[in-house]
Design a protein around this ligand. Sequence first.
Ligand code: AMP
Length: 546
Amino acid sequence: MAMNGLMMNSPLLITSIMQFAKKNYATAEIVSVTKDNPLHRYSYAEAFDRVGQLANALARLGVKQGDRIGTLAWNDHRHLEIYYATSCSSLICHTINPRLFENQIEYIINDAEDRWLFIDPLFVPLLEKLADKIPGVHGFIVMTDEAHMPETGLRNVYCYETLIASESEQFDWPALDENAASSLCYTSGTTSNPKGVMYSHRSTVLHSYAAALPDMFNVSINDTVLPVVPMFHVNAWGLPYSVPMVGAKLVLPGPKMGDGAAIGDLIAGEGVTLSAGVPTVWMALLSDLQKTGKRLPSLKRVIIGGAACPTSIMREFQQHGVMVNYAWGMTETSPLGTLNTLKPGMEKLSEEEQWKLRAKQGRPVFGIEMKIVDDDNHELPRDGKAFGSLKIRGPWVCADYFGHEGHSDTHDEDGWLCTGDVATIDPDGFMQITDRTKDVIKSGGEWISSIELENLAVAHPAVAEAAVIAAHHPKWSERPLLVVVKNAGQELTWEEMLSWYDGKIAKWWLPDDVVFVDELPHTATGKVKKVELRQQFKDYVLPTAE
Ligand code: AMP
């Protein structure tokens, strides 16, 4: 038997992040926008005192170990307090995406068996509609103060500030096992019902360490961090943990998340150095900067991920002196999987070569193993050309889904998670997504990347948005069909669109047809709903089909 080390077996707990931050960074600031206060400001010490008060209040409400406590909320200080008060007192913080469709929210609350719901006052009308359909929920806590408490007929409803006001700041935090569940987030599920990913204290702490590394989010005590990625989607990429871990200043945008001008003002006003979010947020910010001529002198770096991002956005940021790093992840991966920073020597490549590299989703962080496989599960070469299904494993990757233990159809027998993404991996380890497994176009047995065709199409100045789907073809079985939304007031013909691809792709990748539409269907998280689009064009006859 191998000899054991003689080191302490301290469990990796979110509680330790809180206690460490409170002791060592008591004066660090948390600034947040809420509906009742345009700029709420307090210290870590005050925040974690209130976390103790909230944990006591929850205990008084009669919660039991392992109870799921739902949140429907924007990024603000109260949401942060709920994160810590629940997880550290052996409850599970279940963040729910309020932008989902009502029936999905209802399904998720019932599937998770949420006992209490914390809700932003903005979502009270939504919950009033759902209240009768979520009988397992004992009551609701509206995240505001008494003065801003809305009139509501919700059962068992409390005002957040009143609920915690008379509680003690001292709470006897339980000594949890590091594998204890800490939080729960459901995947978007475009084809099936959403599935719950249950994070643990251990997975969260390891992910926070990894995320803070210099070649990852690179978070330091000298930073001011603005997570524009919502706290209801994969724990805002873990920033509510990584930031207190290093003692940086945290800025939370509340309901202003999608408002480019407000985000720009927050960045300038609070001296934000690092921000993170999905591509759509940045389009809003950049277009506001263009309109107003404002600059963002404090901002050094932006992490963009969660969906494909045109390099034009990264280039525009660069003109503002902001470095953009592309990242990839999923709800199942906590979410950090890869992030793109160039390796030493690559700065000598031509600018265009560097952009080609920077358009890739990036290299994995230690802790994440990845590989690409063909339809027979044979590993494909890491040559940057072969593309196959992306599989991944590691200590912050989900091993199973909540309530479906042992029945996952996305894990293989060796425990790898099949991500549903199709990708290449180059000899330097850079991974590039070329498609979703469901969206890849299988033309005569060969795969065509819908994403590459879409990226090229949106690079055309007259194109606002584009989607490529597989259309039935009698000879090739599937051929690419390009669906385009034109920019308002711009002309673009069928021929012009197709000739745009000349010299940019292999001839056999050229879409067989272009259809111009007024808009594309989107999911609640802003991704193009390919399932619906395919349904719309399921009987479409290609001009090449004779
Ligand atoms: P979700 O679990 O809802 O966060 O979605 C995860 C999926 O989003 C991944 O499997 C990818 O398909 C997609 N995704 C995430 N990051 C990127 C990225 N940087 N580029 C392209 N797709 C991405």
